[in-house]
Structure formats: structure tokens, C-alpha cells
Design a protein around this ligand. Sequence first.
Ligand SMILES: CC(C)(COP(=O)(O)OP(=O)(O)OC[C@H]1O[C@@H](n2cnc3c(N)ncnc32)[C@H](O)[C@@H]1OP(=O)(O)O)[C@@H](O)C(=O)NCCC(=O)NCCS
Length: 143
Amino acid sequence: MELLIREISAEDAQAVHLLSQQLGYELSVADTAAQIKEVLSRKDNYALVAVVNETIVGWIHAFKAIRIETKPFIEIGGLVVDEQYRSRGVGKKLVTRIKEWCAEQEIHSLRVRSNTKRSEAHQFYTRLGFTEKKEQKVFEMMV
Ligand SMILES: CC(C)(COP(=O)(O)OP(=O)(O)OC[C@H]1O[C@@H](n2cnc3c(N)ncnc32)[C@H](O)[C@@H]1OP(=O)(O)O)[C@@H](O)C(=O)NCCC(=O)NCCS
């Protein structure tokens, strides 16, 4: 399997949208394209797609997170690999490229928040060398 990793583009919105649906996210194609453009406009955001035979089979988005109380870190905001292409090293390759971007940014802490119900993803991150830091609840209100 020949795997190409490249930076995301707004033209990838349809494929990215379909993969996001596998994760349960329902943003429209147009809104996905707008989000991709926003990511591309920011130097502290970085997103990649994984391509096999000209088909997008995965994507990853990472961003620089700033907190008052800690040094900056890079956070993986989203990662999904097509169900039909899992367990073939695609996710690992995408994370590896994000690790390289971290090094370029001279930021040496990479984090990801993962829903407690995604036990498969937890095994994946552990396998890649992440260690569990804490469990959290996420609160939201409409304003
Ligand atoms: C989690 C996910 C991105 C992994 O991608 P993938 O391409 O299947 O993973 P890889 O093939 O690159 O696996 C890398 C390593 O993790 C291990 N791994 C991957 N999935 C695993 C699982 N379910 N259980 C145990 N180990 C797993 C692989 O065995 C491999 O180990 P190795 O390097 O020793 O061979 C993919 O399963 C996915 O998209 N899941 C749904 C979306 C999701 O949960 N995203 C994360 C949101 S935070």
C-alpha cells in the first residue's frame, strides 16, 4: 500500500466530511471546507491528510495550545482513519508527522483528549508512546 501524507486543502472537504461522519460528527461539507480554510490561515494550526491511490483515507489536525499555567503544548484536535484502512499504520504515520511539526515548533509536549468511550483509540495512543495524564469532563453552554 503506497501511503502519501500531505497538507490538507479546502478541496478535501468532501472526503474529510465523510471520514468525520464515521466519528459521529455532522458538520456539512461547506462548513468543513470553511474550517479547513480557517486552519490553513493560522500558523499555529496544522492539518494533514493520508492518501492511498488518490483516495483520502485519514486526516489529522493539531494546534498550538496556550495556557497561562503551563508551557505551550501541541494538541491533536482530531484524527480519523477510514474504517477500511485501519491497522495498516496510517494513524501512526499521521501522528509521526505531527511529532515532526512539534519539533519544528520547538514544542516538546504533544497531547490529545480522547472520549473515555474510545477504548480502541486509547490503545492506539498508548502503543504510540503516549501516557495517560488525567480524565476530564467537558462542560458547554450556548451563549
Ligand atoms: C485510532 C485510529 C486513528 C488508529 O489508526 P490506525 O491507522 O488504525 O492505527 P495504526 O495502524 O497506525 O496503529 C498504530 C499502532 O497502534 C496499534 N493499534 C491501533 N489500533 C489499535 C487497537 N484498536 N487496539 C490495539 N492496538 C491498536 C497498532 O497495532 C499499531 O501498533 P504497532 O505500531 O506496534 O504495529 C483509528 O482506529 C480511528 O480512526 N479510530 C476512530 C476514530 C478515533 O477514535 N480517533 C481518535 C479520536 S481521539
